[in-house]
Ligand binder design. Sequence first.
Ligand code: SF4
Ligand code: SF4
Length: 468
Amino acid sequence: MKYNGLEFKLYSSDDKYYLFDYFNLLLIEIDQELYQILIDSKRVPEKYETFIKLLIDNGMCQDNMEIFQILNERKYDVANISFPTSHSCNLACKYCFAHGGANYNSENRTMELPIMRKILERTYLDYFSEFETIKLDFVSGGEPLINFKIIKAAYEVCNELNIITGKKTEIFVCTNATLLNENILEFFSKANIKLGISIDGPKDVHDYTRPYLIGGGTYTDVRKWIDWIVNTKELSNKIKDLLALTVVTSETRSIVDILKHYDEIGIKNVQFKVCRGMAEDSWTLSSKSVNKFFKLYDELNMFLKEEIKKNNLKYLFMILNDNDYFGKIIRRIILRDRSVRRCQSGQNKLAFTANGDVYPCDSFVGKEAYKMGSIFSNDSLKNPLEKMNFSCSDQCSQCWARYICSGDCYYDSMLITGNICVPDESFCILNRRLIDNAINLLGYINSNNPEALEEVERFLRIREQMFA
Ligand code: SF4
Ligand code: SF4
């Protein structure tokens, strides 16, 4: 919606009316009369002129190239790296983007100790020498516990490099949990490693999407270790604060039911991730399935509103992190955390393979055109995504949601539209709906339980400090 050079969106919730400045991520309460005038695209009467002038004079509801540049050149303190311990998996998840590690087609599939050491040395002493913190993620491209000795050895090498460089290391392991044991969990606890467990909800749902490679459901084995973590007092807070990583597919029946299930079994942090990929794959987000995803997320929004009205914020807190598909949007709006680049892949984020090749992120592994270099070469890394930001895309640079969304995943764009600068339309449709839902939810909280909004903001600020 435009008025006098200003751009904004209008929302209403329970007799309250809001104007959302999508450049500055500000939700401004207005009265019903002004709301109606703006909706009807009529001329604003004199009594509102001061308000409109205030918006104009303060640069609100207007794009600002200086802010764009600042955000584009934003520097980060933390650098992220990842490498698989093995390009293989003992599960055959129906939607796996790495196809159990088969996306990487080199013969050398197992990470060897000297390669791992070299990756870390090049990271700490060369690629990311200027960063204060290195975040080492064992997240994808294979099940990390298949080659647990690499995680243990990497922890030791990181400690050595921390002493030499004065850096801090944070390690995150995301596992399918089927190969966990007490010794591994005790090691993670002592090493202050953060743990994520892939789980897709209750038994019937999880067993359907995440079977063993040799057949048979994995829920019972996964649940055994979640229960052990929840019930073992001696473990570190980081382990007990475990993150459930859940893929939402077009066949997911209810995000709300999954959230309730996690609450029942003691999980407090969740990352729901929408399944992406080629449209012909029936699990993924596509023009055919987008309405199913709308339904799932609309139901979630309704549920959160009901709970917030009862002053129960726990379900909202469960998804309020920078990884959850919907929670991330709410977080960005509340903290006014604008972004012009979808992710930092290739910049302060690198992925390595078992033969020392370097890629911008795990998803690009095996795509030769996106290879950045090798740990064995003295040539500087070439980042194929270096210039990426939303202004590279015709669609994104015109989109009202750009400072919140910041563009589609470059890998998914490449896969789905064949061009890293052209976002997948189904993603845009869903994402704008979720952003609308998030603004609507915040308006609802402001109308029905304004103290809760302060509590949510406090929660987020504490969390940001904890993970800064
Ligand atoms: S919703 Fe689509 S067009 Fe809009 S910023 Fe995001 S990716 Fe770009
Ligand atoms: S390109 Fe996509 S998969 Fe890779 S880090 Fe960015 S958002 Fe994630």
